[in-house]
Design a protein around this ligand. Sequence first.
Ligand code: COA
Length: 161
Amino acid sequence: MAKIGVYPGSFDPITQGHLDIIKRASKFCDKLIVAVLKNSRKSPIFTEQERVELIRRSVTGIDNLEIESFDGLLADYVRKKDAQIIIRGLRAMSDFEYEFQMALTNKKLNPEAETVFLTTDINYMYLSSSIVRDVAKNGGDISEFVPAEIKETVENKLRNI
Ligand code: COA
């Protein structure tokens, strides 16, 4: 049976930290689906289509990847996709409690799926999408935070809101 993984998130926008997780997870999954949550509680700055497109432009050269958006429960989406693995990145202890709660909830809702945590690359431990948004909005340099392919698009959007 093919190992299908789902890497869910808001990706508002994708960062180098997310990209690192995608690259590593794609090596142990036969197929990896990057799943963008449509209606995040966080009221994203980038539209669902923009977030999908930014990921698409960032991940060139990874063949076993699909990028889509989803709505509703992650556990249901994972079942619908016949996936067995949910991938999440862990940056610091502060992520743990939330991630632990989410993993246990998802296990209850879909016992067939396992959550696998990857520790983030040490270079990106501090990084988050809100840091990127804040720095870009205020005219700072985000070239180390987001993939080069999307830097200008992210800057243009954030400097004009
Ligand atoms: N490197 C850099 N940053 C990272 C990172 C990494 N490896 N991993 C996470 N982050 C950052 C993100 O940029 C984001 O930053 P922000 O808060 O500043 O925007 C933050 O960590 C967490 O974001 P993300 O990983 O995208 O998760 P999320 O909390 O936005 O989304 C879902 C979580 C989508 C998985 C979850 O909300 C979900 O499954 N929703 C569906 C509804 C559902 O099923 N609910 C019940 C399950 S509990």
